[in-house]
Design a protein around this ligand. Structure first.
Ligand code: SF4
Length: 357
């Protein structure tokens, strides 16, 4: 199987998680609870962790949120990132109160001088900063020069800040370049990856509700990851952040960059289909979430063509006219009643899981 060659970047440590270098692509998300409601926020962080999120970002809009953040950090199962806009004092306080990283957009934080003050504090505490340049808050002179929020404009803005940080020897940095336009986002990250080796946080901002957000995220983030660009990602959805994590994992797994659960293959169905395959595939997808096996599992609509069409599957089920079959790499291993197909599949999965323990 062909593999993606990831462009080398500097490793950056965020709590116990490494982004960049040789580390696998890291999945992250952001809570949408009010940070001051520490119980609700912690509850959501735990849900994100259960779904496979490795880093969680929290909005810190005011002093009360910093206080809540300090309490939440003590009980969080994953390192937490403080997301700060407009008020740099909050970033300083978050760093002193357990943030594993801060994310700032220098364009709305007071510019270069404020950023350098933050970097000095971060350097003292050995904390990384993500420079999150956003198409919506680019500097006026850059917008004028590039005639809008183009990829080159996003990159120039980020480079200005990066070079200022490099002048004071602060390189504990990650970068994001976000636009809601997918192709602008792709072009910006491509351009940046040619210029610097800081780890890149991928995302398409303002991507929309579930369906359009998933598509924009998969196209934008997926295109970059397929080119070996990107060290961590957040899929932005106007939906539950837990969904963001599920989608992010699927994007990463679809490209073979990491394997979280068995990969499901299912046929598109046609006139030969002998079973309600749509429901069956959904049920199998749920079942597979409980297994950590690095295998491919197929759910196919007919026994005549199914095993052959899913020859790469380590394990598969398909329906015959009277009975169903279990197969492995195109060969039938068992025949069962249609009503027992799922139970038979679970038995085989359990056997494989027991062998891999
Ligand atoms: S496996 Fe069978 S039912 Fe599914 S698409 Fe192929 S021929 Fe049609």
């Amino acid at each position: 199987m062909d593999k993606i060659f990831r462009k080398p970047t500097n490793p950056v440590q965020i709590g116990n998680v490494i982004i960049g270098g040789e580390a696998p692509v890291v999945i992250q998300s952001m809570t949408n609870t009010k940070t001051v409601d520490s119980d609700a926020t912690l509850d959501q962080i735990n849900q994100l962790y259960e779904a496979g999120c490795e880093l969680v970002r929290l909005a810190i809009p005011d002093q009360e949120s910093v206080k809540a953040f300090a309490r939440i950090v003590q009980r969080s199962p994953v390192p937490l990132i403080a997301d700060i806009h407009f008020d740099a004092r909050l970033a300083h306080q978050a760093m002193e109160n357990g943030a594993a990283k801060i994310r700032v957009n220098p364009g709305n934080l007071g510019g270069r001088k404020t950023l350098l003050e933050l970097a000095r504090r971060a350097g003292h505490l050995n904390l990384p900063i993500r420079i999150g340049v956003n198409a919506g808050s680019l500097e006026k002179n850059i917008l004028k020069k590039h005639r809008g929020a183009t990829a080159a404009a996003l990159v120039e803005s980020a480079l200005d800040y990066l070079e200022a940080l490099e002048e004071i020897d602060f390189t504990n940095v990650l970068i994001s370049l976000k636009a809601s336009d997918v192709y602008t986002t792709i072009s910006a990250y491509r351009l940046m990856s040619e210029k610097k080796t800081y780890p890149l946080h991928l995302g398409v901002t303002g991507a929309g509700p579930y369906e359009s957000g998933v598509i924009k995220g998969a196209v934008g983030i997926g295109a970059l990851l397929a080119e070996g660009i990107g060290d961590t990602l957040r899929v932005s959805l106007t939906a539950s952040p837990v969904e963001e994590v599920r989608v992010a994992r699927q994007i990463v797994q679809a490209l073979g960059l990491r394997r979280f659960v068995p990969e499901l293959i299912s046929c598109p169905t046609c006139g030969r289909c002998e079973i309600d395959l749509v429901s069956l595939a959904v049920e199998v997808e749920e079942i597979l979430k409980d297994y950590r096996l690095p295998i491919k599992v197929a759910v196919m609509g007919c026994a005549v063509n199914g095993p052959g069409e899913a020859r790469e599957a380590d394990l598969g089920i398909s329906a015959g006219k009277k009975q169903g079959i279990l197969f492995s790499h195109g060969k039938v291993i068992r025949t069962v009643e249609h009503t027992n197909l799922l139970d038979a599949l679970i038995e085989e999965l359990d056997l494989l899981a027991a062998k891999s323990d």
